[in-house]
Design a protein around this ligand. Sequence first.
Ligand SMILES: Cc1ncc(C[n+]2csc(CCOP(=O)(O)OP(=O)(O)O)c2C)c(N)n1
Ligand code: SF4
Ligand SMILES: [Mg+2]
Length: 274
Amino acid sequence: MPSQEVLNWLRTRFFPHIWCPGCGHGIIMHALLRALVDLGKKKEETVIASGIGCSSRMPGYIDACTLHTTHGRSLAFATGVKLANPELTVIDVMGDGDCTAIGGNHFIHACRRNIDITAIVMNNNIYGMTGGQASPTTPVGAYATTAPYGVLDVPFDICKLAAGAGASYVARATVAHPLLIEKYVRNAVSKKGFAVVEVVTHCHTQFGRKNKRPRPIDNINFFKDNSVMNNKASNMTPEELQGKIVIGEFVNIELPEYIEQYKNLIEEVGGNRG
Ligand SMILES: Cc1ncc(C[n+]2csc(CCOP(=O)(O)OP(=O)(O)O)c2C)c(N)n1
Ligand code: SF4
Ligand SMILES: [Mg+2]
């Protein structure tokens, strides 16, 4: 049962929510709210943006300053909000389709820009909302409505993508590790720079029923049985890591933050003009 402090962050007037019973997205929302409560954040200073998708319905249920934007474009909205008022805590919640397919370009450029925003990517390996089409993170061989004989395309590793594109914080947990999600979200929100938390989650309705994990618990057990912490993974061979989900913090570095650089530039250019 959520604490009263967490319940205060919910727009219960919009319940029942649209998520299928047992959908992983609710576990992530709870962990996010616990992290915000822990950090002592204020609703009026916290912005939660999203695109479109089952995952992207999350801001509708959170009693903060929320934006439900267009599919794949939420990072552009979040960037605008943060630039307009850098004092705000800005969090962008996205699905794997939202973030790495239609929004892939926004994502990599937000990483390299290093603006102080937290991106939470809810990776259920599928387009849940639209009926189970394959996404850029659907594993090779998995079944989807657009891949009735199994997917051929090699999936993106979201954390490697974010690290390669220059994000200053990158971590991964699964919905079988809710305390890790909470911890990584706390660290990400506290980070000055672009921070990415990938949460491996399940869509038992669209992905699970085609891939032998039709019940929520099948997926939680799968994540528990197949996750490996990154310090342990670093001593494993590629063969041993086959099919494993490596979890942990991958990047946690200090880099020049975009708004601070922007402010410096304005001062410099303004000074030269005089
Ligand atoms: C411009 C645009 N293209 C396509 C869609 C249709 N659409 C809505 S949600 C979605 C995919 C959602 O998948 P994901 O982001 O992984 O979220 P999930 O539902 O799995 O949580 C798509 C393709 C749209 N709404 N707008
Ligand atoms: S369709 Fe999938 S992602 Fe969407 S609410 Fe149901 S279980 Fe969750
Ligand atoms: Mg998805």
